[in-house]
Design a protein around this ligand. Structure first.
Ligand code: SF4
Ligand code: SF4
Length: 151
């Protein structure tokens, strides 16, 4: 499967090993974003990066997998409970409550992703993006043109 490299700028510690091993110069750009047009997906940069800041991403998303309806429904119930816990913690004053709020948000996001909602090629993600586009969000409109649905 054809891939290309992306650099997570938050993790990048500017060791620059990727620049030396990249055979095409794709990793060496002025804005620190790997040049997709030059990248062959060889993966040398990701192997060399001591900070694990580079990942390889497939150019085409895999087929959206079907999820069992009972499983999705159970996950949705769990999401609602996590979001409720997040809101409850948000109303409390101390630092422990902030940590609880954050961890419930992360768990809710993971559950949503697991149930297929967040996969860019899924029907749900498309519906979500369409809603944003209709509300005038130009980035959502651009993403709708770029991401092909395969569900
Ligand atoms: S090797 Fe990793 S840490 Fe170094 S510049 Fe490249 S991406 Fe950043
Ligand atoms: S995957 Fe290969 S071509 Fe692409 S940036 Fe990394 S080293 Fe360069």
């Amino acid at each position: 499967m054809k891939k290309f490299a992306v650099r997570n700028l938050r993790l990048c510690t500017k060791e620059c090993l990727c620049l030396y091993v990249c055979p095409t110069g794709a990793a060496d750009t002025e804005n620190s974003i790997i040049d997709v047009a030059k990248c062959t997906g060889c993966g040398h940069c990701a192997e060399a990066c001591v900070s694990k800041a580079i990942s390889l991403i497939p150019t085409e998303f895999p087929q959206q997998q079907k999820h069992d309806e009972n499983l999705v429904s159970a996950m949705n119930t769990l999401v609602v409970s996590k979001v409720t816990a997040e809101h409850t913690a948000a109303a409390l004053p101390d630092r422990f409550a902030r940590a609880l709020q954050r961890s419930n948000r992360i768990m809710a996001e993971d559950l949503v992703r697991e149930s297929g909602y967040m996969l860019p090629q899924s029907k749900n993600a498309r519906k979500f993006l369409k809603g944003l586009a209709e509300a005038g969000n130009e980035r959502a409109e651009k993403l709708l043109k770029l991401i092909k649905s395969n569900e």
